[in-house]
Design a protein around this ligand. Structure first.
Ligand code: PMP
Length: 306
């Protein structure tokens, strides 16, 4: 799905025209993947656009900056306001929000320190990431031949641009093999996550998801689903999951800002449960969409734009 142009992009503190938000080809980020980003959704509600879990996304972004030794020239409050200003400038009822911090143009050695820290915030309309049917019918996926990064190689707790080469390799292999997404194992062979999603499974009424040390990004949708599931009375176990446990699970689903809660109907051509959306996945989706639609906000997860 090609990007639909909006009016403005926030670029180093100012709202500029979409087509004017450009950088030099010799910017550090382009050569070495030196960026940090977030992916946030803003949902349409009766009270106007509402940003889902903005505080948690900003915290993750600041933590990513700390891990990558970047000092952001903007405060959390300034970034929050900049996001709201960008949504308003583009007059959007619902959108995807992409804050990006990167090392810009100065010198082209690997050392990023001489290069300026720059920041952009873009917003655009984005539908269902894994296809319109994904939420109900689910997606067919494979276990990737690529593993997630090993501990102490790339910092998986940070959302760094360079980390996404691994996700791209997974995605390209999946598409070439006729799937929409793949699941990666960690370097020890345990289930890790999708290329842009965390993963959950349901077995005998209990919910399982890999722990942070299985090379996963600490997903905000993952955290939301754990909270919702516990509130609905389910036991949620964050523990190492062997690959074959996916095959025997009653339900498997992805979580992510883009993918929301998307059921997985087969893995490596093995049918999962009944081969459609399972009842616990559906229950969690309903609880999740009740909040994102603004019908209830008992955890204070919504930030209203107006
Ligand atoms: N893992 C990876 C690798 C991701 O890129 C994403 C998307 N940000 C997720 C998990 C899900 O995270 P979140 O729920 O915060 O979007």
């Amino acid at each position: 799905m090609a990007l639909e142009k909006e009016a403005k992009i926030w670029f180093n503190g100012k709202l500029v025209d979409w087509d004017e938000a450009k950088i030099h080809v010799l910017s550090h980020v382009l050569h070495y993947g030196s960026s940090i980003f977030e992916g946030i959704r803003c949902y349409k509600t009766e009270k106007g656009p509402a940003i889902f879990r903005l505080k948690a996304h900003l915290l993750r972004m600041l933590r990513s900056c700390k891990i990558y030794r970047i000092e952001l020239p903007y405060s959390r409050e300034e970034i929050k306001q900049a996001i709201i200003d960008t949504i308003k400038a583009n007059n959007l009822e619902e959108c995807y929000i992409r804050p990006l911090v990167f090392r810009g143009y100065d010198s082209l050695g690997v050392n990023p320190y001489p290069c300026p820290v720059e920041m952009v915030i873009a917003t655009w309309k984005w539908g269902r990431y894994l296809g319109e049917d994904a939420i109900e019918k689910g997606v067919a996926v494979k276990v990737s031949s690529w593993n997630r990064m090993a501990p102490n190689t790339f910092p998986f707790l940070a959302k760094l641009g360079g980390n996404y080469i691994n996700s791209q390799l997974m995605k390209m292999e999946a598409i070439s093999d006729g799937y929409s997404e793949a699941i990666a194992l960690d370097t020890f062979g345990y289930v890790s996550e999708g290329g842009g999603e965390n993963i959950f499974l349901v077995l005998e009424g209990k919910i399982y998801t890999p722990p942070l040390y299985a090379s996963i990004l600490p997903g905000i949708t993952r955290d939301s689903v754990i909270t919702l599931a516990k509130d609905l009375g389910y036991e949620v176990k964050e523990e190492l999951i062997p690959r074959e446990m996916l095959y025997i699970a009653d339900e498997v689903f992805f979580t992510g800002t883009a993918a929301e809660i998307s059921p997985i109907n087969s893995i490596d051509k093995i049918k999962i449960g009944g081969g459609g959306r399972g009842p616990i996945t559906k229950e969690l989706q309903e609880a999740f969409f009740r909040i994102t639609s603004g019908k209830e906000d008992k955890y204070g997860w919504l930030t209203f734009v107006k």
